[in-house]
Design a protein around this ligand. Structure first.
Ligand code: PLP
Length: 396
């Protein structure tokens, strides 16, 4: 087939799709998924809510609604954002199909072909997939224990023309698990002001906090309306609902809402109604708190196992929240090849090799490992088997 638009050249299957299909095989131990633990979904409560919605003759739950989202849900999200230091009203909130749609719409709004998006290095693969059709150029800045390196960012901003958007996942980043310090958050806002860039703040893991202080969002430090703040119910309620939100200045919100109208008219009314009912009838904060010990335990067990079994010269991050640790192997170890030739055939384990998480200049000696939803015995057996193979590969 010919005649595709130029942007179609940037639409390619992700390199990880092939082996992610293995994740459903019961013989495989998967540290590759980014899924929340399905055993933690509030299934009883949601069952009750959907049953009520569909039996009480509330046909409104099946009707069209505003493309900005169900007013009741926008108001409840605004209440939560206000409580998190971002005073706002229902009108400021746009409901999206998960955080992912917020990434797409924001890029659609700000990026012309050739404009620059700055990402962390590494960054969320799904964001690169969302941005690519708008034909951006990328620059990337390293991320460390304090999050995005703002000195490196300043250097990039000084030396690069047409930086439109700075994309960051400041809380328990995907894939590294790292968190941006308050000093760097403040500095990031200053730099965005100085160089007139938009900050796209993506926070799906923000509430999965296992230790440390809750830090102010970047949006809460924004005095000039240049932050688009994205959030999601995927990790705190259930990703299948496809519900997220964008908080931005009224001007940006209006344009994002029109782009959303063009893309999909609105989110499903039924799911928005169900989420609104969940928030008003049940205790979401209590539900989140009840999930944290499970994730914290899974994280701790994985980190202990890495310590015991992974060879010297291998390092990993200690995420204070979220679902991931990022492992760095000695240079020269190509994780994709190691996985294909040794890890899958000999240990039945999969991880996500790190290269696709780099917007530019991919590095092959990393892996993202998720502890979410993996039973204890599998974490123990999987990490130790992987460690043994790493010793073998590195000594050979
Ligand atoms: C950093 C980040 N942003 C956005 C998303 C999109 O999630 P959703 O569309 O389910 O809200 C994810 C999902 O894994 C993510 O890790």
């Amino acid at each position: 087939m010919t005649g595709f638009a130029r942007r179609a050249e940037r639409v390619e299957p992700s390199a990880i799709r092939e082996f992610l299909s293995l994740a459903g095989d019961p013989a495989i131990t998967s540290f590759a998924g980014g899924y929340p633990d399905a055993t933690l979904f509030p299934i009883e409560e949601l069952h009750q809510i959907y049953a009520d919605l569909l039996t009480r003759g509330s046909a409104g739950a099946l009707q069209y609604t505003a493309s900005e989202g169900l007013p009741q849900l926008r108001a409840l999200v605004a209440q939560r954002l206000t409580a998190d230091g971002m005073p706002c009203t229902a009108e400021d909130v746009l409901i999206t199909q998960g955080g992912q749609q917020g990434l797409d719409l924001t890029a659609k709004l700000f990026i012309d072909a050739g404009d620059v998006i700055v990402t962390e290095r590494p960054t969320f693969l799904g964001a690169i997939i969302a941005f690519n059709p708008y034909e951006p150029r990328y620059r990337s800045v390293p991320i460390d224990d304090e999050g995005m390196d703002t000195d490196a960012l300043q250097q990039v901003l000084r030396t690069t023309e047409r930086v439109k958007v700075i994309y960051t996942v400041p809380d328990y980043q995907n894939p590294t698990g790292q968190t941006m310090s308050l000093t760097r958050r403040t500095r990031l806002v200053e730099l965005a002001e100085e160089f007139d860039a938009v900050i796209l703040e993506d926070t799906p893991y923000r509430e999965l906090r296992y230790e440390g202080q809750r830090l102010p969002t970047i949006k809460s430090l924004d005095r000039t309306g240049r932050v688009v703040h994205l959030g999601s119910f995927s990790k705190i309620l259930a990703p299948g609902l496809r519900l997220g939100w964008a908080l931005s200045s009224p001007e940006v919100r209006d344009k994002l809402a029109l782009l959303k109208l063009a893309a999909d008219t609105q989110n499903g009314t039924l799911n928005m109604r169900a989420a609104a009912d969940y928030l008003s009838r049940f205790d979401l904060e209590g539900h989140i708190a009840s999930m944290l010990p499970t994730y914290r335990h899974q994280r701790d067990l994985m980190l202990t196992m890495l310590e015991e079994h992974f060879p010297d010269g291998t390092t990993w991050t200690r995420a204070r929240g979220g679902l991931f640790t990022w492992v760095t192997f000695p240079e020269g170890l190509d994780m994709a090849r190691f996985q294909r030739d040794l890890l899958i055939p000999r240990a039945g384990v999969i991880v996500v090799p790190g290269a696709p998480f780099f917007a530019v200049q991919p590095e092959s000696n990393h892996a993202r490992m998720s502890f979410s939803g993996v039973p204890d015995d599998r974490i123990v057996a999987g990490v130790s088997a992987m460690g043994a193979l790493l010793h073998e590969a590195l000594s050979g």
